[in-house]
Design a protein around this ligand. Structure first.
Ligand code: BMP
Length: 213
């Protein structure tokens, strides 16, 4: 992923046609497009390749299984054309290493979830987030996912992961501020509904770009 716009589009729509139309309309506004279960389960795995024609795809499958299953999931989605994958660290080092190895074999990026952006993440994830970030460093992940809704946590996680990449969801609909997340040390903002559900997605994307540039 080339750091130009500092924006990643979360394309959580369930229609292949709508997804492709948005990817086309918003071409050049994002450094990558993140797609996950909503689109892949609705449109099929081939949609990874189709979206890749517009921007590098990060497959957000939040992989969280035993090492062998993790490897099979990673290989399937990387073979389909994903350039990045997102995995959970809580299943432990061996499970996360399976993802790291698969990503490395494909020259793809691995992002590890630390603390999620929604309120419920405070229940189980927040107390473990720093250990999860350390595990991301241990397996040599490209970066981590850290919440734009809690910029102070981005700052803390940055102090653990050094120069690795931080990608941050939670801007807009979830209440996070784009500027505050970047100021706290995030490299890329992940933005979905504020753009995809807007009457004019192009204008909404331009407005965020203007705000952060
Ligand atoms: P939205 O901007 O519409 O809230 O979308 C945020 C995107 O980031 C969604 O795809 C969601 O699954 C993802 N995400 C998140 O919101 N918080 C996290 O902690 C991790 C995520 O991947």
């Amino acid at each position: 992923m080339k750091k130009e716009r500092r924006l990643i589009l979360a394309l959580d729509v369930t229609s292949r046609e709508r997804a492709l139309a948005l990817a086309d309309m918003l071409r050049g506004h994002f450094d990558a497009i993140k797609i996950g279960y909503p689109l892949i389960l609705s449109a099929g795995l081939e949609v990874v390749k189709e979206i890749s024609d517009h921007a590098p795809v990060i497959a957000d499958l939040k992989i969280a299984d035993i090492p062998n299953t993790n490897r099979l999931i990673c290989e399937a989605v990387l073979r389909a054309g994903a350039r990045g994958i997102i995995a959970h660290a809580f299943p432990g080092k061996d499970a996360l290493l399976a993802c790291a190895d698969s990503a490395a074999e494909s020259g793809a990026e691995l992002y590890v979830v630390t603390e999620m952006s929604h309120p419920g993440a405070l229940q189980f994830m927040a107390p473990l987030a720093e250990e999860l970030a350390r595990l991301a460093v241990d397996v040599n992940a490209s970066g981590v996912v850290a919440p734009a809704t809690r910029p102070e946590r981005i700052r803390q996680i940055r102090s653990i992961i050094g120069s690795r990449t931080i990608i941050s969801p939670g801007v807009g609909v979830q209440g996070g501020s784009a500027l505050q997340a970047l100021e706290a040390g995030s490299d890329y903002l992940i933005v979905g509904r504020s753009i995809t559900d807007a009457k004019d997605p192009l204008a909404a994307a331009d407005a965020i770009l203007a705000q952060i540039s």
